[in-house]
Design a protein around this ligand. Structure first.
Ligand code: ZN
Length: 226
């Protein structure tokens, strides 16, 4: 697990349904709380939104914000080792380093105030009034649930994980993700499986028809440099 060669992974625009993201410019990050750093735009938007949530009687707190590549590597290793999972299994639950929305500074993992002390956010959040509020109003503040139930990325449902995409710069960062979503409903099934594979652009012995090839390239074009 610890022998994961980052240089190999970072060449890929996507793997196992996770898209590659560049790490935020440190100058754009602010210390939101003792443990949480965020992109300044996400921090501002969350402050406004969290006031509205508190007024509505369903406050939430931020459990995790920005994560560096090194932090993601440690998280991934700990997760896999702690559960005795191989790399191929762990990758369906945790993004490998280089492929987490948390690298951008725009993503937050939220928790209910009384559950912050638990190590991991949990699925109970999806049954809370806070989650219902976020689903109804989060978009007004620029936030969306990245890995909603039955998402086309094949990533498990994460009701706690929201990302800010309320301005031009953040939308640019998530452009490939939005393209994938826009195509998802009419994508050929083969292509969906291909996008969720370890390395979508290098499939030996696999031929796509021309339309599918064009869709794939359109979704994955211009992967951001690490
Ligand atoms: Zn997250």
């Amino acid at each position: 697990m610890n022998d994961l060669d980052l240089s190999d992974w970072l060449e890929r625009p996507a793997c196992f349904g996770h898209l590659r993201y560049a790490q935020a410019d440190p100058a754009d990050l602010v210390q939101y709380s003792e443990r949480v750093r965020l992109h300044i735009r996400a921090a501002e938007a969350f402050l406004v939104m969290s006031h509205a949530m508190s007024r509505a009687g369903c406050p939430v707190v931020i459990h995790t914000g920005f994560r560096s590549l090194a932090q993601q590597q440690r998280l991934f290793d700990r997760f896999a080792e702690g559960r005795g999972l191989g790399f191929d299994q762990a990758i369906h639950r945790v993004a490998p380093p280089g492929f987490s929305e948390h690298h951008t500074g725009y993503a937050i993992d939220i928790a209910l105030p009384d559950s912050l002390r638990r190590a991991q956010p949990d699925l109970k959040l999806s049954r809370s009034p806070a989650y219902a509020w976020l689903r109804a109003h989060g978009h007004r503040y620029g936030f969306r649930n990245s890995f909603f139930r039955n998402n086309p990325f094949g990533i498990r449902f994460e009701p706690w994980h929201w990302a800010y995409c309320g301005d031009a710069a953040s939308r640019e960062v998530f452009r490939r993700r939005d393209r994938w979503l826009a195509w998802a409903d009419r994508m050929p099934r083969d292509l969906v499986m291909l996008l969720r594979s370890p390395n979508p652009l290098e499939q030996d012995g696999y031929t796509l028809d021309q339309e599918a090839q064009q869709i794939l390239e359109s979704i994955l074009e211009h992967p951001e440099a690490p």
